[in-house]
Design a protein around this ligand. Structure first.
Ligand code: ADP
Ligand code: MG
Length: 717
């Protein structure tokens, strides 16, 4: 059946086929839904025996070891609470190295022996699960003959209930480990890295004269970008369906040149979908705060209020899952791929990151006068030192094939990791370096030129949207994450390398404090000055998208790792191994296994893309082009034939080359060799086919072209 514009009219139709929520009186207690599906601290306080609750709180607040004898009590209360909400099953919910979440459902019910069934859930079932782990990626950590893996309850991330139109499921966040105790997931190293940072920061705080903090939590708030397109187009495109991105598609006449989408009014269907997504997330205790249109057409963003890294990372996984689930109720599909449309801005995930004490102090908040705030300067300097030393590792932590389309493509930060501090803070460091204090101007205000508008306090200088790692007032924003990613690994890296830098600076501070006549101010200034001088090369306030920066960065010796295979080996670099060993975050074997898994995933994903591209070109695009050519030939219009015929031949030629590159026999074995081959041979072959096909899209009769076009997918809402 030819594609005709009638399809678009159908796609543009929608009715509120979600649950047509309407609006409610939100002052009524029953209409308060936040965390209503979470086994939260408040629920635990109400439902657990007092001593059990207290012991559990100590684990949460102080990171103390869990007393497993309490598990039966917790399990009992959790089961009752869940069943009241209709849950028939429970699952250990975990995050294997696939990058998504995993679950295996178990019924609460077991036969009682007399023909009836009773609901049971023991402490043992709460604490430990044993999924058949042999099919999860392990990068050689576990051979299939020792296939046992365990999931272990993470009491620091609250259990929650996922609703389905036909029932409900109790989800228990868990860690996933091999029987030898090695981490097979993203949660274990994240938790270990949070402990590492807490230890280092508490020690440093004591030296800085702040001794009331018992624990420091790292915090994250992720701004998630995504596309919503009509599901009809999604299912008409085998490339979107199989790979999450369009492998073909000519540039539409209108893109985002008019800047008319960013922060624009949100279309009704989209807003309806967002409202329901946010409502579902609220029930799960995800503190969603902001929503807006993003730069590209049909691109949007959602961001929560920050939480501790572990809970924030779990909530981020839930956010991605619910965005996708709820979209379908509105006839939409949510695309989380980093680059669904070539030539159109891709999607990232800004990872806002800070450190806060259990007493409520944000260690990266400069207060009113940055130059006076010793503790802030100390910790900020530690971040600069860590990022400079481990720039390549940070790049590796955010590597995936989708990212290779995005980083450095004038829409996202380049693959070069640098830090933006803002003019104010740079002046402070400049003053410390030159030994002249009082450089900053406290209490600066931004006048808006009219008395009817209030003056705004100026914080930490301007914003710089092009920087991959920016100081934004009271946190750093790691902007280079991809939209489809779990934030766990980049945060694990950040926490670990900053812990290392804090310890190094604390050692230096301790020495400085011992020198005769030392004061805390002088000692901190000395330590900060030394570290700044050694690491300031990573600080850059200009336009990260410019060519000049690439040249300047090269002169400064900053790493510029353009592709995933370039970046990943840094996971096992000597200085990575040393830092991760020192803080017991990941062993050499665990890091090697990650390198292996991620390298292979890269190659496999490109392979799937290449085979999908070849099939679409062979069975959809080439036939359409030939049909069109035949019509032209039948018309006897030789000039038109002359326009199209060479392109059809070129397409065929390029396609055969791609098919040849895709042959398993032509691909080398060994993960890194395979990945490099995919990057250097297969991707260019795929690009060649696409380039010709996109030209044909603009020549072949519209009703013959089998794929929905960018101008449809991106604009019909
Ligand atoms: P912008 O788009 O200007 O960067 P948003 O409001 O979209 O700002 O997002 C800011 C994000 O930063 C939010 O998710 C917010 O919770 C998070 N954030 C704020 N303070 C902290 C902090 N101390 N630690 C971690 N994240 C934070
Ligand atoms: Mg931001």
């Amino acid at each position: 059946m030819p594609r005709i514009r009638q399809h678009n009219v159908t796609a543009a139709q929608w009715s509120a086929n979600g649950s047509a929520l309407g609006s409610q009186d939100l002052t009524l207690p029953d209409n308060q839904i936040f965390a209503s599906n979470v086994f939260s601290v408040a629920v635990q306080r109400r439902r657990l025996p007092k001593h059990v609750f207290k012991a559990l709180q100590r684990t949460l607040e102080r990171g103390e070891a869990l007393d497993t004898t309490l598990a039966d009590g917790v399990a009992q209360a959790m089961k009752e609470w869940a069943m009241e909400r209709g849950a028939t099953h429970f699952t250990h919910w975990f995050q294997p190295l696939t990058g998504s979440t995993a679950e295996k459902h178990d019924s609460f019910y077991g036969p009682a022996g007399d023909g009836t069934a009773i609901a049971e859930f023991s402490g043992k079932e709460l604490i430990q699960g044993e999924p058949d782990a042999s099919s999860f990626p392990t990068g050689g950590i576990r051979a299939t003959f020792e296939a046992r893996g365990y999931t272990a309850w993470d009491p620091t991330s609250p259990a929650f209930i996922l609703e389905n139109p036909n029932g409900a499921l109790l989800c228990i966040p868990t860690a996933f480990t091999s029987w030898t105790g090695e981490a097979l997931d993203h949660k274990i190293p994240l938790l270990r890295s949070m402990d590492a940072l807490s230890g280092a920061a508490v020690r440093a705080l004591k030296l800085l004269g702040i001794s009331d903090a018992a624990r420091v939590f790292t915090t994250i708030g992720c701004e998630q970008e995504y596309f919503l397109i009509d599901e009809q187009y999604y299912f008409e495109r085998p490339d979107l369906l199989t790979t999450g991105r369009t492998l073909f598609g000519a540039k539409p006449p209108k893109g985002h040149e008019l800047d008319d989408h960013y922060f624009g009014s949100i279309p009704e269907r989209i807003l309806a979908c967002m409202l329901e997504t946010e409502r579902e997330l609220a029930k799960l205790g995800v503190p969603v705060k902001t929503r807006h249109n993003e730069v590209a057409p049909n691109q949007y963003e959602i961001a929560p209020i920050f939480e501790n890294s572990n809970v924030g990372a779990d909530h981020q996984m839930l956010t991605m899952q619910l965005l996708q689930n709820v979209a379908r109720k509105y006839g939409l599909v949510c695309l989380l791929h980093e680059k669904p449309f070539a030539g159109v801005n891709g999607s990232g995930k800004h990872n806002n990151w800070s450190m806060g004490t259990d007493t409520g102090l944000n260690l990266l908040d400069p207060g009113d006068t940055p130059h006076e705030n010793l503790s802030f300067l100390f910790f900020c300097t530690a971040v600069i030192q860590a990022v400079n030393k481990h720039q390549a590792l940070l790049r590796a932590s955010i590597a995936n094939p989708g990212q290779d389309h995005r980083l450095g493509a004038n829409e996202a930060p380049p693959a070069i990791i640098s830090i933006f501090l803002g003019a104010e803070l740079e002046r402070v460091y400049g003053a410390i370096e030159s030994g002249k204090a009082q450089a900053s101007k406290p209490g600066s205000f931004l006048g808006l030129g009219t008395p009817v508008l209030p003056a705004l306090p100026l914080h930490g200088g301007d914003r710089n949207r092009t920087s991959p790692f920016a100081f934004t007032g009271n946190k750093f924003e790691f902007r280079a994450l991809g939209s489809s990613m779990s934030p766990a690994l980049p945060n694990t890296v950040l926490n670990t390398i900053v812990a290392e830098a804090i310890d190094e600076l604390a050692d230096a501070l301790k020495r400085a404090l011992k020198s005769p006549g030392a004061s805390l101010e002088k000692a901190v200034a000395k330590v900060v000055k030394e570290s700044w001088t050694a690491n300031k090369q990573v600080v850059f306030g200009g336009d990260n998208y410019s060519q000049e920066w690439h040249e300047e960065a090269e002169k400064r010796g900053l790493a510029n790792l353009r592709t995933t295979p370039d970046a990943l080996p840094w996971l096992i670099d000597k200085q990575t191994l040393a830092a991760f060993k020192k803080y017991k975050v990941l062993s050499k074997r665990e890091l090697e296994s990650r390198l292996e898994v991620f390298t292979e995933q890269y190659a496999v994903k490109i392979n799937i893309e290449a085979e999908t591209a070849a099939q679409i070109a062979r069975t959809m695009l080439l036939p359409a082009a030939v049909r069109h050519l035949n019509e032209l030939k039948a018309s006897g219009l030789d000039e038109l034939v002359g326009e199209v015929e060479p392109l059809v031949k070129e397409l065929h030629f390029a396609l055969v080359k791609l098919e040849d590159a895709n042959l398993a026999d032509n691909q080398p074995s060994g993960a890194m060799k395979w990945a490099t081959y995919m990057r250097d041979t297969v991707i260019p072959a795929m690009d060649d086919v696409r380039q010709i096909a996109d030209r044909l899209e603009k020549l072949v009769a519209d009703d013959l072209w089998p794929l929905p076009k960018y101008s449809e997918m991106l604009f019909i809402k």
